[in-house]
Design a protein around this ligand. Structure first.
Ligand SMILES: Nc1nc(=O)c2cc3nc(NCCN4CCCCC4)[nH]c3cc2[nH]1
Length: 379
């Protein structure tokens, strides 16, 4: 932790090196520094599933993600505030970024309705009715103690008609303005806008330009990783990137696989979050330098090698594939724990590798070497 005397009082983003469109640097905040490009482990219900917070910190994560939708339903924002906020609750003393709830309302809740004022929905937990406006989403994120708060937006699943995408993008812009007013001035904290516009370039540009005019501290690219091919996702990043300020962080929401991360960093993205490494770990899948390994597969039953003998992570280095196969087949809790630990460690090692490669001007080589490692194993 930084000395309290010189801990930053505001939110400042510094780019220390570039390599093509890629950037490496850091976000300095009172609760800690976020090295970019950064991968944010998802801590949906105030826990990164199957991980102790100390482990998450030790594998190199500087920031974790919380979900307003889940936490507003349980334990509730006012109760969380009475308990001292999310950081104390889950014992994470670094920065926390919270998603605003719009995406989870649309993907998880039953019976939801969107209008100019906000979203009305029924809880997927107990069916109770809830209403969330842009102002209430920012209020909830404040009660949680979130350091980086996301605007409430409307994310449209793809494929979709232009009219629907345009309507949602314009509504999200009006909500961005309302969130900026509700957030006000909170030194040391940030509110990010979210670029929408589906897979339609002119709508993406309009959204990016309008949000840039709001002079926010960071910009997310939303409305992607919602069923479109990777090529479409990458094309939208290329469309939006020139219209976002180079001095502010760019956050691609919900992304992605290791290849998604590398392709997106090359196109100028600084921050990511995805349930892939944690969810895949709970389902017996390991991300490694040798590619993705399904430990449920019988071919591992007598393989005494670890996942990666060169890894600094004990889950990758100290346990045999045979043992991991046994744990997965037996549905033992330790299997979920070890594979989650391995996967998050691999994601953080990938981000650290990209940060160093950008600083050395060799990101393209790093990407090629990484993909070679995956291909060799499959051969
Ligand atoms: N506020 C907000 N706005 C978005 O447009 C958004 C877009 C998103 N797109 C995703 N994709 C998640 C894809 N994920 C991949 C692994 C399996 C589960 C789904 N998450 C998102 C979250 C989002 N949050």
């Amino acid at each position: 932790m930084t000395d309290p005397l010189d801990a930053p009082t505001d939110f400042t983003f510094t780019v220390s090196a570039t390599d093509g469109q890629a950037r490496t640097g850091h976000i300095a905040m009172p609760r800690g520094t976020i090295r970019t490009p950064a991968f944010m482990p998802v801590g949906t219900a105030a826990t990164v599933k199957a991980m102790y917070p100390e482990q998450v910190r030790d594998l190199g994560a500087d920031v974790v993600l919380g979900n307003t939708y889940h936490l507003m339903l349980r334990p509730g924002p006012e109760r969380m505030a009475r308990l001292g906020g999310l950081h104390r609750f889950m014992r994470w003393d670094g920065p926390i970024l919270t998603d605003s709830g719009g995406f989870q309302v649309m993907s998880l809740s039953a019976l939801r309705k969107i209008d100019e004022e906000g979203v009305t929905f029924r809880s997927h937990i107990d069916g109770t009715a809830h209403r969330m406006s842009p102002e209430r989403s920012i209020e909830i994120q404040g009660l949680l103690g979130s350091d980086i708060q996301m605007q409430l937006d409307e994310c449209v699943r793809l494929p979709a008609e232009r009219a629907e995408i345009e309507k949602a993008m314009r509504l999200s812009l009006r909500w961005a303005e309302r969130c900026r007013v509700a957030f006000g001035e909170q030194p040391g904290k940030a509110m990010f806008g979210i670029v929408q516009g589906g897979d339609i370039p002119d709508l993406r540009v309009e959204s990016a330009r309008a949000l840039t005019d709001l002079d926010l501290k960071g910009y997310a690219i939303g409305g992607l990783a919602v069923g479109e091919p990777q090529a479409v996702m990458l094309a939208m990043i290329e469309t939006v990137e020139p219209h976002l300020p180079a001095t502010k962080p760019r956050y691609l929401m919900g992304v992605g696989t290791p290849d998604d991360l590398m392709q997106s960093v090359m196109r100028g993205i600084d921050m990511f979050d995805c349930v892939m490494p944690t969810r895949a770990g709970r389902h017996g899948l390991a991300y490694t330098r040798h590619g993705r390994i399904n430990l449920r597969n019988a071919r591992h039953a007598e393989d005494t090698r670890p996942l990666d003998e060169a890894s600094a992570c004990p889950a990758a280095r100290d346990y045999s594939r045979a043992y991991l196969h046994h744990l997965v087949r037996s549905e033992e809790i330790l299997g979920m724990m070890l594979l989650t630990w391995n996967n998050l460690a691999y994601y953080q090692q990938l981000m650290a590798g990209m940060r160093a490669a950008i600083a050395a001007g060799r990101l393209a080589d790093f990407v090629a070497e990484t993909k070679d490692g995956w291909a060799r194993a499959e051969a």
